[in-house]
Design a protein around this ligand. Structure first.
Ligand code: NI
Length: 639
């Protein structure tokens, strides 16, 4: 029986115990919502010393919200002794993540509202609300008194034509209820005009799409001897990689203590990797659309919105699943079965060479990657989070964006310059998706340094007679402000995380390269309301010294916050980051100008980044891969 790794997420029994202890405290009343219960991670230095030392008892940390007092507070629970800490109150007005129960209750409150029903009848002649869909949508903060003092939602509403219809293509454009989530009631209904419901159905479910194509033959992946990984609890071991798979209500999938077995030496690479925040700002200034934006991590909880992949997994081959043990907001344990998917994939050629003088001995190795993934549905949209581990030391993170666009209605013959007409009287506003990932590197130890690497041409002159010379020029990032930076295509800019104290086989510091993928700049003004709360979009790259409580790029409570929290606030101190325990934060954006082909459901868009060993290993670590077994060929039969 392997030791329970100290960073394993809470078990179902631990969640149950934590909840029971919380419910027994005087602060837990009928007005209390339990927002989240997750592992309180032990101090990092102790984890690095484990298992040579004993660790302190396991603890849970809980975020709670009191609807009666509009007050958010945190509590720690010692799972061994049962001790519960005194509540630590968040600053007044802090709004924790909206829970999935609140999504459901908010819909019920809107549908029960006399004012909402009267508006529906007046503008659309609708009296039966059984087919009306109400999506909660966060309210944000636009400087008003109520934004600071109430727990709010500004739902978007849609009308299905029947119970299995895709209602998102029939937006009730002119009516916006505003809901106080503490009182769980509609406080007013804003009316912006009347747009008829778009006339055309837009369905995608298998039961509604007729004439499905019939020319797809089976493609079967078999692994007759099982997978090449070993999963003990949440500890993964695969092709020299060792790490722990975590999960929590806010970030969803997290990875911990990523190490590589390099010839018998277990070398540390990343201590923790997670998606810490994201925001989707929309670019349409029309009054009924202008407030649309969503911080899907801090406002909705990426883990809370995770799919159970039992029925909806798109993976092939041998698959292992892990459950997520969370809570609902009424203080009940909640398990999402099969929230995390683990499998191996063939990934084409890893390396190849044919020696012209040995033509019968081509050397080729197939690449296999380990995939750890989860998928979250945030109302209309899907985000898939895929971590890939490769045999050559690469680690890749890829986000898959799919689901249904957030849509608006237009009058017949009308167009909007701020979106694309995708079906008659139906348009999709332009928007961006910004993600922030926190990478806590501990490369061969905790003191690390980050370099920005720019490829630059040499000046012209006698030493560059053919005018062809260029060099990779590293700049050591010494402080937080010096480290703030953007991608730069002109210099093929990358970043390198090094450990200056550990030298590789050629006498250089060991390192890993950070290779950005697609990215964007925010198109809204820095003074736009949503950007005040999303300082993390101001730079693509940030580096901070490790602080256990600096976890989320937009701060702990971005929901309805007045802004200025998180990375932009912490880095004001301009702390030194050279040869320190550094955290590398990457913000990446996808600018989505919609198209008719994104309707009715959007083909997956991909965005992410790659980490490559760069002087970490002595040579290609996949030089020791054996050739694949000879295969029976079915090709070239002409059928
Ligand atoms: Ni999009």
């Amino acid at each position: 029986m392997p030791l329970l790794h100290p960073l394993e997420p809470l078990t179902a029994a631990e969640v149950e115990r934590a909840i029971a202890l919380l419910r027994a405290t005087p602060e837990f009343t009928s007005a209390t919502r339990l927002i989240s219960v997750m592992l309180k991670e032990p101090p990092k230095e102790l984890v690095h010393a484990w298992p040579s030392i004993d660790l302190p008892e396991r603890e849970a940390e809980a975020v709670l919200h009191d609807n009666a007092r509009n007050a958010c507070f945190l509590v720690d629970v010692n799972l061994a002794t049962g001790a519960v800490s005194s509540p630590r109150y968040a600053p007044a007005g802090s709004q924790p993540t909206m829970s999935t129960d609140e999504q459901v209750e908010c819909e019920q409150a809107v549908l029960a509202s006399e004012e909402f029903r009267a508006a529906l009848k007046k503008h659309y002649g609708i009296e039966d609300t059984s087919l009306v869909m109400v999506d909660i949508w966060s309210a944000g903060n636009y400087g008003s008194e109520e934004d600071r003092t109430r727990r709010l939602a500004r739902p978007l509403c849609f009308l299905r034509s029947d119970p299995t219809d895709n209602g998102y293509v029939r937006p009730i454009e002119g009516i916006r209820p505003v809901v106080d989530l503490n009182e769980m009631k509609v406080i007013r209904v804003e009316e912006y005009g009347v747009w008829p419901l778009p006339p055309k159905a837009g369905n995608y479910s298998a039961r509604r799409v007729t004439n499905q194509r019939e020319d797809i033959r089976p493609l079967v992946i078999t692994q007759p001897d099982g997978p090449s990984y070993t999963l003990d609890g949440h500890q993964m071991s695969w092709q020299n990689w060792n790490f722990v798979i975590g999960f929590n209500a806010r970030e969803g999938l997290t990875l911990h203590h990523i190490r590589y077995n390099d010839g018998g030496r277990l070398r540390s690479i990343l201590y923790r990797a997670s998606l810490t925040e994201m925001v989707v700002p929309y670019g349409d200034p029309s009054p009924q659309q202008a407030r649309k934006n969503a911080f899907d991590v801090g406002e909705y909880g990426m883990g809370m919105c995770a799919n159970s992949l039992r029925l909806g997994c798109d993976c092939l081959g041998y698959i292992s699943y892990l459950d997520a043990h969370l809570c609902d907001s009424r203080g009940r344990a909640l398990t999402i079965p099969n929230a995390i998917c683990i499998h191996e994939e063939d990934f084409g050629i890893l390396w190849k060479h044919t020696d012209r003088r040995l033509p019968d001995e081509p050397e080729v190795r197939r690449s296999r990657r380990l995939v750890v993934s989860s998928i979250s549905t945030v109302e209309n949209y899907e985000y898939g989070f895929f971590w890939y581990f490769y045999q050559d030391g690469n680690i890749q993170f890829e986000i898959k964006l799919t689901g249904i666009l957030s849509l608006g209605a237009l009058h017949a013959g009308e167009k909007s310059p701020y979106g694309a007409l995708i079906a008659p009287q139906l348009y999709a506003p332009n928007h961006q998706h910004f993600f922030n990932v926190r990478l806590d590197f501990d490369l061969d130890g905790t003191p690390n340094t980050v370099q920005r690497v720019d490829a630059e041409a040499d000046p012209l002159g006698d030493s560059n007679p053919f005018e062809n010379a260029f060099q990779a020029r590293p700049t050591i990032l010494t402080t937080e402000k010096a480290a703030q930076g953007h991608l730069k295509l002109e210099t093929a800019r990358t970043w390198r995380i090094i450990n200056p104290s550990v030298k590789n086989a050629v006498g250089e510091p060991v390192g890993y390269k950070f290779m950005p993928g697609d990215n964007s700049f925010p198109l809204a003004s820095p003074n736009a309301w949503w950007r005040k709360r999303a300082g993390f979009v101001n730079y693509h790259v940030w580096v901070t010294p490790y602080q256990a409580d600096e976890r989320y790029a937009a701060g702990d409570y971005p929901n309805q916050s007045s802004g200025g929290d998180g990375l932009s606030k912490w880095t004001e101190a301009d702390r030194p980051v050279e040869d320190k325990d550094v955290v590398f934060w990457y913000t990446f954006g996808h600018t989505h100008i919609p198209r008719p082909e994104d309707y009715p459901v959007m083909p997956t868009a991909y965005i992410g980044f790659l980490l490559k060993p760069n002087g970490f290993f002595e040579m290609n670590p996949a030089n020791d891969l054996p050739p694949s077994a000879p295969k029976k060929s079915h090709c070239c039969s002409g059928t």
